[in-house]
Structure formats: C-alpha cells, structure tokens
Design a protein around this ligand. Structure first.
Ligand code: F2R
Ligand code: MG
Ligand code: MG
Ligand code: MG
Length: 371
C-alpha cells in the first residue's frame, strides 16, 4: 500500500507550488533564483495564517478530488463537470484561463447533460491545448497508483475532455498523471529508471492522442530534451543560466506541451540523489525555529527533504512564465515521491486552505484503498 503521507505530500506540495508561484505568474521579467527565494522566505516568515491565496490550479484539483471521493475513485464525467463548475462559480476570480469560464457557463446552462460538448466546441472545434487539464491531473495519478479498478490512462483522458479536448492537452494530462503515479513508487535512488518510465509514458500518450514522434509537437521529443538537461549537472552558481536555458528549450507557456515536460524536468532534477540544493536554501533556518507557535523541530533527514522540495519550487518559479502551474505540477511529483514530511510547517501556515487540502488527501487515500 502507498502510504497516506505520499498522497498528502503530493497534494500539499501542489498547493504550495500554486500559492508561491502565483505571485510571479507571467511577470514581465523572469526573476532570479535569489529573488524568488527571498520572496518565499518572506512569505514563510509572515507567521500568520494564509497570506498566500491559491488559484485555479488548486481550486480545480480540489474539485477533481471531491468528485473522485464521491464516485468511489472512478471518473464520472457528469459528476466531475458539476464539481469543476461548482468550484469555478464559488470564486471566478482565481486566475482562470480565458476559455475556461465559458465552458463552465455552458455546462451549467445545459445542466451537465453533455459533459464534453462545451469543451469540444472551443477554438472552432479544435479544443483547448492549454495546461488546465494537466494542472489538475495529480489526483488521477494518486488514485491510479492504488486499486486495480482505479482510473487508467483512458479515464484520465475522459477527465480532461470535460474542459480540454485537444490532443496536446489530453496527452499532457496523461503524462502528468503518470508522473505522479510513478513518483509514488520512486525508490529515492534510480532517477534514470523513473525517467525511462516517463519517456515510455510520453510515447504511449503521443501515440494514443495521435501526436507523432519526430514532430516538434510531441511529448516524446520534449522528454528527450529533459534527458539532455538531466545529463548536464550545472553548478549552483549557474542556476540562473540553467533556468534560462530550460525555459527557452522546454517552455514556460500556458500550453500543456510547453509546461508539463518543464515541470517533469524540475522534479527529476531535484530527485537525483546527486542534486545539491542551492546554498541559499541549505543554509536556511525555517522561521518556526524562532517561533514557538510553529513546531518545526524536525530530524536532519526531514530538514533535507524540506530543503529539496523548497529548492524545486524555487527553481520552477525562477523559470518565469506560467510559474504557479509549473511549480504546482513539479511540486505534485516531488511531493508524491518524498511525502508530507517534506512540507515545512511555516509553508503550510502560509498557504490558503492547507488543512482542507490535507484532509482531502486523506479522504482520497481512504477511497483508493477501500475497494
Ligand atoms: N490564465 C492564467 N493566467 C493568465 C494570466 C494571469 C496573470 N496573473 C495576469 O492576469 O497577469 N492562469 C491559469 O490558466 C492556465 C490554465 O489555462 P486553461 O485552463 O488551459 O485555459 P484555456 O483558456 O483553455 O487555455 C489557455 C490559453 O491557451 C490558448 N489556447 C488554448 N488552446 C488553443 C487553441 N486550440 N488555439 C489557440 N489558442 C489556444 C488560449 O490563449 C487560451 O486562453 C494556468 O496557467 C492557470 O494558472
Ligand atoms: Mg498512512
Ligand atoms: Mg493558476
Ligand atoms: Mg498558471
């Protein structure tokens, strides 16, 4: 059985990536690793509840979890459409993509009679290739890792089609769910093996969605670039050059193809046993150490895991562009691998609704192993 702590780590780190990254989403200029880190450190030192609000990434991830829990771990498109739409109308100002609101309005107006119709009509019938399906795919990866009857790749596509019908969005969501599912079983050592499994998932997703290898627009070719970057091991002092090169090659856009492989790179980079966290972070003392109201007395090993996760989120946001979404997806993968111990208490205090996300992860885990 996958420990509940891994479900919690995945969803809490996804929340943290969204909340931290939202401050930088589509800033006119990319921020340095140091600038991003100083902002995060200040966020964690605020010592008040929830200074950081979450965006559409978390609102819809929560909605996917709620529907999976209600449907005993299965993807039921009408239930999912209703859950996503409810989340949207609860707060329409959480930074949704330009096409998303219209889909939710149409779904509601037709009383969810055709869960796929409004999304299929977008962009003159081509459907959205935005990353909005991938950004909420982590719970599908969690449930997919558990029971034999849990969602498979086709069900991930069904869940995505409620808002995104373009092949690039469907394949990206499949790959993101697979990344979480595989990260849950990561042995802590063999990143090459994890990469190989992900490259195979990318090839399968490309084939299933009709994307052809060799074309610029395939996940297989992006994953090859991920491998090239993983082979480079640049020094911490060159982190901003690394970020510039990764952002240029893999992308930081609002599209699935130019964000999902980027998030996977951020995660695998961090999970390499040889990865050294940036000195700014390895020297960091969490603020709870000076604040008796937050218990941050942790073991050396746990502190190292926390530094690893924070290093990952800082690097992801320093890429620029779609920072909340890339950091949230990278966080989901690393959090699934490391578990909830990797979340510093001061970070959880800073992120909106961290307690609700935590209990939702526990409910999802219970559902995953109850059938
Ligand atoms: N939308 C945002 N951020 C916008 C900037 C906010 C910023 N804080 C600011 O105001 O300065 N973030 C959220 O949106 C992304 C997820 O988007 P989703 O749900 O996929 O939306 P959508 O509208 O379906 O797709 C995004 C855009 O991609 C282009 N596009 C998609 N498919 C297309 C097609 N077939 N043809 C042409 N263009 C297509 C459109 O411009 C879409 O609007 C996440 O970043 C989330 O955080
Ligand atoms: Mg447990
Ligand atoms: Mg967002
Ligand atoms: Mg975003």
């Amino acid at each position: 059985m996958i420990p509940c702590a891994k479900f919690r780590g995945c969803l809490l780190a996804a929340l943290a990536g969204d909340c931290l990254g939202a401050q930088f989403e589509f800033s006119p200029r990319r921020s340095s690793f140091r600038t991003v880190w100083l902002a995060f450190d200040a966020n964690m030192r605020e010592r008040r509840r929830w200074p950081l609000v979450y965006t559409d990434d978390t609102a819809l991830t929560r909605a996917v979890c709620e529907s999976l829990v209600d449907c005993r771990g299965r993807v039921e498109p009408a239930s999912l459409a209703r859950s996503l739409t409810d989340a949207y109308f609860k707060a329409t100002d959480r930074g949704y993509g330009a096409a998303a609101g219209g889909v939710f309005e149409d779904l509601r107006d037709a009383n969810f009679a055709d869960p796929f119709g409004p999304a299929a009509a977008l962009f003159e019938g081509r459907g959205s290739y935005g990353n909005g399906g991938a950004m909420r795919a982590a719970p599908l990866g969690l449930i997919g890792a558990a029971a034999a009857a849990a969602p498979n790749a086709e069900e991930v596509q069904l869940a995505t089609r409620v808002t995104h019908s373009n092949a690039l969005a469907l394949a990206g969501a499949r790959l993101m769910a697979a990344a979480v599912r595989l990260a849950l079983r990561f042995d802590g050592v063999d990143v090459d093996r994890l990469y190989d499994s992900l490259a195979a998932e990318a090839a399968a997703a490309d084939t299933a969605c009709g994307l052809h290898e060799g074309e610029a627009s395939s996940y297989t070719s992006s994953m090859r670039q991920v491998k090239e970057f993983l082979g480079k091991h640049p020094a911490s002092s060159a982190v901003d050059e690394e970020a510039r090169a990764v952002a240029g090659a893999l992308g930081t856009e609002v599209t699935a193809l130019r964000s999902v492989p980027t998030a996977i790179y951020c995660a695998l980079r961090t999970l390499r046993p040889s990865h050294r966290v940036h000195p700014l972070i390895s020297e960091w003392q969490p603020p709870g150490n000076q604040n008796p109201s937050i218990d941050e007395a942790v073991s050396t090993e746990q502190r190292q895991q926390q530094q690893r996760l924070v290093d990952c989120l800082t690097f992801a946001v320093s890429l620029g562009g779609d920072t909340d979404t890339i950091a949230s997806m990278a966080g989901a993968i690393v959090g699934a691998a490391l578990g909830a111990d990797a979340l510093p208490a001061s970070l959880m205090l800073a992120c909106e609704a961290s307690d609700a996300v935590d209990s939702l992860a526990t409910r999802l885990h219970r559902v995953a192993y109850s059938s």
